[in-house]
Design a protein. Structure first.
Length: 212
């Protein structure tokens, strides 16, 4: 039997801190590239829950009056770069991972399951966050899928399965925290586990292992 490929969302699942650096980087880079006024808190003003960075960028620009923004992929790379610049000088001691994340990931890794990130974050952002939270060792470079690669989480799931060697949908599970995570998993033909306000827990992982 093929062991599950487990795809982890980041925000709200592994990472529980409201990271204002992302909002600053998004505002500054959209303003610079598209010459529009993007207010503070622009992300919270659009349907951002469970969306990819590309999609959030489009929604913020539409709210600012730009209906057909060009070169969003280039902007998304700039967004990721600006985020890393801001992060380099930031104090992240107050960042909070899901309290049981490390133990849960260790259980999965020890059980031989394959782990990857499936997140709306740009890849540099996601991996930098995992480094700061000391969870990076669980997620192999070159695997998973990220928010600058598609506006659609369904397409990201397909990409993550492809990078894992065309892993079967029936043996793929996404762990996330929003209804959009669950809906995109259903649309992609994979299983979904939704976590609560404490993010991923050992109990959720136990359920996954028992059903593997």
């Amino acid at each position: 039997m093929i062991p599950p490929l487990v795809l982890f969302d980041v925000d709200g699942t592994l990472f529980l801190t409201d990271d204002r650096l992302a909002g600053l980087a998004l505002r500054d880079t959209l303003t610079e590239r598209y010459r529009v006024r993007v207010p503070d808190g622009a992300i919270s003003g659009v349907d951002h829950q469970g969306q990819t960075s590309l999609r959030i960028g489009r929604l913020v620009l539409e709210a600012a009056g730009i209906d057909h923004p060009e070169n969003l992929a280039d902007w998304c790379s700039e967004f990721a770069e600006r985020y890393l610049e801001l992060l380099a000088g930031a104090d992240t001691n107050a960042w909070r991972p899901a309290p049981e994340a490390e133990r849960a990931l260790e259980q999965l890794a020890d059980s031989g399951l394959r782990l990857a990130l499936l997140t709306g974050n740009p890849e540099p952002m996601a991996r930098a966050r995992m480094e700061r939270l000391r969870l990076a060792r669980f997620f192999t470079p070159g695997q998973g899928a990220f928010g600058c690669e598609s506006e659609s989480r369904v397409e990201l799931i397909a990409l993550a399965r492809s990078r894992a060697g065309n892993w079967p949908a029936a043996a793929t599970v996404e762990i996330g925290d929003t209804r959009r995570d669950a809906a995109s998993s259903q649309a992609a033909g994979i299983r979904s586990i939704l976590v609560g306000e404490d993010g991923v827990t050992v109990d959720a992982i136990r359920q996954l292992l028992e059903s593997a």
